[in-house]
Design a protein around this ligand. Structure first.
Ligand SMILES: C[S@@+](CC[C@H](N)C(=O)[O-])C[C@H]1O[C@@H](n2cnc3c(N)ncnc32)[C@H](O)[C@@H]1O
Length: 231
């Protein structure tokens, strides 16, 4: 009945189309981003993938909060810690000229470390690590920085190739078969396979030929995820 009315009514169709087109794409993307993290968390639950959640590019902590809430709602058997890495008050910085991008500009995406920390003040299993990845984690092992020895999910949401590669290399020693790698903005830099998070993943796979990934889900505006199928 409703379908019949909608089928014959341009007024109703215009109303729906106006509503859908008025929602900003970044809002849609951020909603399905949390949905992607939820899928990955559920996968790790079903497959009994142990270990922590790592997020590189936290900004104000919304997706990290989504990961934490998803985990809490699942009443998981696994003990998981949540590690969020970001420069926070500094935003983006180009350590490599190739990272230049009209939307991801130096100094943009600054957020308050203190305010973000407050968002997680009740959660003992959340740790925020402040600083540029290039300075804080490059060449280090996760055990030195946060004590983690397993990574169930790594979410790379720092957009630029340089820091994304540092992040992937950092977690490499603690990835497991079944771990999930999520990459945001995979098609940025006009989908150049040498730039952005796509470029970082390609370089990471060249540097670590033993790592085999299988595509899992695509989500939102340019997000993609993989399951580690061999190490
Ligand atoms: C798109 S935002 C992250 C959004 C967040 N995951 C969310 O959905 O709520 C990208 C973040 O990456 C961080 N970032 C980019 N390059 C970085 C680097 N080299 N070191 C540390 N943080 C970096 C920026 O500071 C920014 O907060």
């Amino acid at each position: 009945m409703l379908f019949e009315i909608a089928k014959n009514s341009h007024f109703l169709q215009n109303l729906v189309v106006k509503f859908v087109s008025s929602v900003h794409p970044s809002i849609e993307h951020n909603l399905v981003k949390v949905g992607m993290i939820k899928k990955a968390m559920f996968h790790c639950e079903l497959e009994e993938i142990e270990g922590s959640y790592f997020e590189f590019g936290v900004y104000e902590g919304t997706s990290l909060y989504g990961a934490l809430k998803t985990y809490q709602k699942l009443k998981s058997k696994q003990e998981r810690n949540f590690y969020g890495f970001d420069s926070f008050d500094e935003g983006f910085k180009y350590f490599d000229d190739a990272d230049h991008h009209p939307y991801f500009k130096e100094g943009d995406f600054k957020s308050s470390y203190e305010k973000t920390l407050k968002r997680f003040k009740k959660s003992k299993n959340v740790k925020l690590i402040k600083g540029y990845f290039e300075e804080v984690v490059s060449g280090k092992r996760p055990s030195e920085i946060c004590g983690a020895d397993r990574c169930a999910i790594v979410f790379i949401d720092c957009d630029l190739m340089g820091p994304a590669l540092v992040a992937l290399s950092f977690v490499r020693p603690i990835l497991e078969r079944g771990s999930v790698i999520i990459l945001d903005d995979y098609w940025a830099y006009k989908a150049n396979s040498d730039l952005g998070t796509r470029g970082a993943l390609n370089k990471f796979l060249q540097d670590n030929p033993e790592v085999e990934l299988t595509e899992y889900y695509k989500y939102g505006h340019g997000g993609i995820s993989f399951i580690v199928t061999n190490l």
